[in-house]
Design a binder for this molecule. Structure first.
Ligand SMILES: [Zn+2]
Length: 235
């Protein structure tokens, strides 16, 4: 099993390295040119929750979803920048984007995220979250897309394919991308996907998600998914 895991880690490393080499071709493609505004191709990453809104909580360690979202988002930013993308974060710190905690803070927080996306006008948006079910058996990542949006579906399909491959190495069955009604998907006309990276209601997922090395691995996986989307190779 250990040997298998080492091989899997190597494959992942190789795929990211190959991805770095491939990105030049992808980023100079027609779609890239269309999505580029003079500079590099911009991507908005949204670390879900923050501040007094911690999201869900790890069953075993008590880790806050908002902290994991931020850590994984920073890893994904690094991976995408390595590939030549320009990345804007909605939330850069542990603080929420609502200003004061007065009534209506959640609405103000979401509105601010929308404003950032509109200002940047990115090629795509990825919102990072963690899942939690009442039962502890559910495992794996699940990607949501905006209903009736073909580009959002294509992005979610590519990300789902990659995250499934990552979890497959941990013995976890693949999940399927799904249409979801989330503000972060509906607030923009740009292609957007919401990634639930794993289940904080499952001890094994929680152990992976709280591991800094695995967070990096997950970020590389999602970055490859982004390249897959731009190369039009998603199935
Ligand atoms: Zn969440």
């Amino acid at each position: 099993m250990k040997k298998l895991m080492i091989v899997f880690a190597m494959v992942l490393t190789m795929s990211f390295t190959t991805a770095v080499a491939l990105c030049v071709r992808v980023l100079s493609g027609a779609q890239a040119v269309a999505a580029t505004d003079g500079g590099g191709m911009r991507i908005v990453l949204d670390a879900g929750h923050g501040g007094i809104d911690g999201g869900v909580t790890g069953k075993t360690t008590g880790v806050k979803e908002s902290d994991l979202n931020l850590a994984i988002t920073h890893c994904l930013k690094d991976a995408l920048e390595e590939l030549g993308f320009e990345v804007t974060l909605t939330r850069k710190t542990e603080a929420g984007l609502y200003g004061t905690t007065a009534k209506g803070f959640k609405k103000r927080d979401m509105q601010k995220r929308k404003e950032i996306i509109e200002k940047v006008s990115p090629a795509l948006v990825i919102s990072i979250h963690q899942n939690f079910y009442p039962t502890s058996v559910s495992r794996g990542g699940q990607v949501f897309y905006a209903k009736d949006d073909a580009r959002s579906l294509r992005l979610a399909t590519a990300l789902q394919e990659q995250i499934n491959a990552l979890y497959f190495g941990e013995g976890v069955k693949g999940r399927k991308q799904a249409a979801g009604e989330f503000f972060m998907l509906d607030c923009t006309s740009h292609p957007a996907a919401l990634v639930e990276c794993g289940f904080l209601s499952n001890a094994k997922d929680e152990r992976l998600l709280t591991n800094a090395q695995w967070q990096k691995k997950l970020a590389h996986t999602l970055a490859v998914g982004v390249l897959q989307y731009f190369s039009g190779a998603a199935t």
